[in-house]
Design a binder for this molecule. Sequence first.
Ligand code: HEM
Length: 533
Amino acid sequence: MTLSQAAFGIYIFVDILRGGSLTSYFFYVSLFVVIYKLILHPFFLTPLRHLPEAKGFKPLLGHGMIMFQRPGGEPHLKIMKETPNNGIILIRGLFHSTRLILTTPAALADVLVHNSYDFEKPPWARAFLRKFLGNGLLMSEGDEHKYHRKRIAPAFHFRHIKELYPVLWSKSIEFCDVVRAALGERPDKVLDIGHYSTQVTLDIIGLAGLGRDIGSLRNSDDELIKNYEEILEPTTEKAVYFILHLVLSPWVIGNLPWKLNRMVKITTGNLKRICTEFVADRKAKMKNEDAESEESCDILSIMIRSNDFSDENLVDQLLTFLAAGHETTSSALTWASYLLSLHPTIQTRLREEIHKTIPNPKALSNPTFDIANLLENMPYLNGVCNEVLRLFPTIPVSARVAIRDTTIAGQFIPSGTMSFIVPWAINRNPALWGPDSEDFVPERWIDKDTGRATMNGGANSNYAFLTFLHGPRSCIGERFARAEMRSLIATFVGSFEMEMADPGEKVIVGGTITSKPMKGMRLRLKAVGWGNR
Ligand code: HEM
């Protein structure tokens, strides 16, 4: 309690003793709380009040409307560009709550790496996400997070990812076969690529995560894909549903007479049931594996073998991996095809590199072939992947709340302060990337002298690229996702020329947590000759 709160409390107490009515005291106390929260604390008392503040403050709304603007992260970029700062910009949320936007590598490093466990995801975001992702790694905090992260990490070791490449490659080839077959049936040769990319990435995470071919590429009616598409299809109604969690408790939202509540309940129930069956099935199979047979090395088997997870927690972890592991890479593939359709010269140069380096795609299916080494050493392919991930980070905005008093870039941060970490804005910030920061330039990831891939795209700090964040709460699936993108983009661009179905279309970036095109991504595709295909 601050000095002013205490003084006011004493004043009221003395006045009650003098005989004032209880109702009038409730009124005065409420009035004081409102004035304190709306005016005194945010403008006169918070130790953060001297930080540079973003333009565009509106009474009561603060800068809160930026949460509703799309693409997510774009208003933050505007604020970064127009507000001189030393790493932290002050904005005000609804009812003037204090919020921060972090802008420099030093500030980001403090939150993501140096003082990482002083921060947690905001409770409202966890309450929302938990409905879809269960209580897996993404949602856990503190010691529980450290414990689980350490035990899951072996499944994402680079040696293990290397072993996964043949699976990634053969599924990518199957993806192209399915797209080719679908094109054959369409006189206009136009397809919504988002649908197919969701199918292939779900199949891939099924194999890598569960050791099981879900087969959604061959079966569009698959229950898992239907439930995910139902939940993840970006609509304005879902965006409102998400943002309401900022101001109302999940219990209140859950009890509103809203059709969406029923849909969420049914689909999340279905997903939980499917994952429970997957876990039981995998456990039964592992019991029957004899000691001589080779150990399965999918994520679920590794977690079961560790004996560190209860059955309930295995289901939660699986829910997280299935969702976090397919929706993200599916969006990345969709945005890659968008950018390549808008830049035909880059597309052609990439295809030339692919055809030259991989004369026959089927040859890579030989189990002895070192696909990882080949794909990881294709400079233009890696430049394109990095540039897609930079310009369209699948999770454009993330947030952290300080759970104790701490510091960011030398600034005292009181417990309870919320900071925004904004991959969309950092990845496009001209202060970090130069004047062409918003252009699609794969060459920035290639060293001009050696012709080899660079690690930081020419930026001065690796905190200029935030797509997977950094530190103990960074994306555990980063290597996996990068390997998957290389395989999918190499096979897709090697197999098809692509252009926007409607070249005049203004693609709107939507989505709640991940960024996806609002109305799908309709491309006109033309199969090209490649090897014996
Ligand atoms: C392009 C693809 C991907 C992107 C851009 C991406 C991005 C991210 C980001 C930004 C976070 C941190 C979220 C936050 O704290 O606010 C995260 C966490 C996570 N990601 Fe990914 N991800 C991708 C693919 C994957 C894949 C393929 C998997 C699994 C196979 C995966 C599993 C996870 C998990 C489990 C976490 C939670 C990690 C923790 O809290 O310790 N992600 N991802």
